[in-house]
Design a protein around this ligand. Structure first.
Ligand code: 2P0
Length: 325
């Protein structure tokens, strides 16, 4: 049995978002979601199962992980061990090229890379659908980071039917996403806690579920027509509807900070001058701007005086899972 593997997975940015679970334990979502995998943010993870180890040893960016974060990974490894029929503990080394927990979905690339590396190191041979199901058990958004380009997560009816598939590959549409890194601190309210509170207390949650179905249909049409203004409009509206669930929860909370609002205002102003650009935001204060390459420089020129060039990272559609060893 080959007991070592290393894999790379890229983050994804949801255009129609996942914000609530129908089943907590299996991480089954209440709605389908659709994302774009990004080339600039990724996680490399190597896993070695070793009979000599008495416990899993996990390092993140060169530091040993302990506490709840380490237990979450060990629990995920238990799932892989039970599927593979092995009992050895593992050495896990992860390097994140993503600001951890700043709303750039490091758990998406993290659990996608871990699912790929751990399953291969354990001797399992999983196809993309099976890998997507496995990654889902680590973190919902990781389901969508197995494939590149545009990816839809089908909510399904249970473990077997909840997985993601590619809608269009990375080279289908030449787009850019500018990540405005307004704040790289760890967020106060995790996605899991935030979505559960929204789901159980926001009076608008049922409407959100209905709107997502509608948004998803329109987004797929926009992708198939390569209609940028339609794609951007849906992404921006869907993001703000998700954030409205946090504002209307009890107790209320928000992932916005002052700079997020400043970035959103700038994008509105740019659009009023005729430059097509749209924003989206996840469970953190960073804002991501969708723009076509021909307008990239104009948008960067407008954002740079406000945020500084170092805070602006330009990404493009990225690939799916890659095995490095
Ligand atoms: C998304 N987010 O669709 C949404 C939009 C954040 C905002 O999926 O509880 O870390 O591990 O399944 O995957 C982030 O949530 O949550 C997320 P869990 P996850 O990308």
């Amino acid at each position: 049995m080959k007991n070592h593997a290393k894999a790379r997975a890229h983050t994804n940015i949801a255009l129609v978002k996942y914000w609530g679970k129908a089943n907590e334990a299996l991480k089954l979502p209440t709605t389908n979601s659709l994302s774009l995998t990004l080339d600039r943010f990724y996680t490399d993870t190597s896993v070695t199962f070793d009979e000599q180890l008495s416990a899993d040893q996990i390092s993140l960016n060169g530091t040993a992980l302990e506490g709840p974060a380490a237990r979450r990974i060990a629990t995920f490894l238990d799932l892989v061990r039970s599927q593979a029929g092995i009992s050895s503990k593992a050495q896990v080394t992860t390097v994140n090229n993503v600001p951890t927990a700043a709303g750039l979905a490091s758990s998406a690339s993290g659990f996608a890379a871990l699912a790929a590396a751990a399953s291969r190191a354990s001797g399992l041979q999983l196809d993309h659908k099976q890998l997507s199901r496995l990654a889902r058990r680590g973190s919902g958004s990781a389901t969508r980071s197995i494939d590149g380009g545009f990816v839809e997560w089908h909510k399904g009816f249970g473990d077997r039917t909840s997985f993601a598939t590619q809608v269009a590959p990375a080279d289908y549409w030449n787009l850019n996403v500018i990540a405005i890194l307004v704040n790289q601190q760890q967020k106060q309210i995790s996605s899991s806690v935030g979505m559960q509170r929204s789901q159980t207390t926001s009076p608008y949650y049922r409407e959100w579920e209905k709107l997502c179905k509608h948004d998803l249909k329109k987004l797929k049409m926009a992708i198939s027509n390569r209609d940028f203004s339609c794609l951007g409009t849906i992404a921006e509206e869907n993001a703000m509807r998700m954030h409205a669930l946090t504002l209307s929860a009890a107790p209320d909370f928000s992932y916005f900070d002052a700079d997020s609002l400043k970035a959103m205002q700038l994008i509105h102003q740019l659009r009023a001058t005729g430059i097509p650009c749209y924003f989206t935001m996840d469970a953190g204060p960073n804002v991501k701007v969708l723009v076509e390459p021909e307008h990239l420089n104009a948008v960067l020129a407008a954002l740079t005086p406000a945020f500084g060039a170092n805070q602006l990272v330009v990404a493009a559609p990225g690939p799916g899972i890659q095995y490095l060893t």
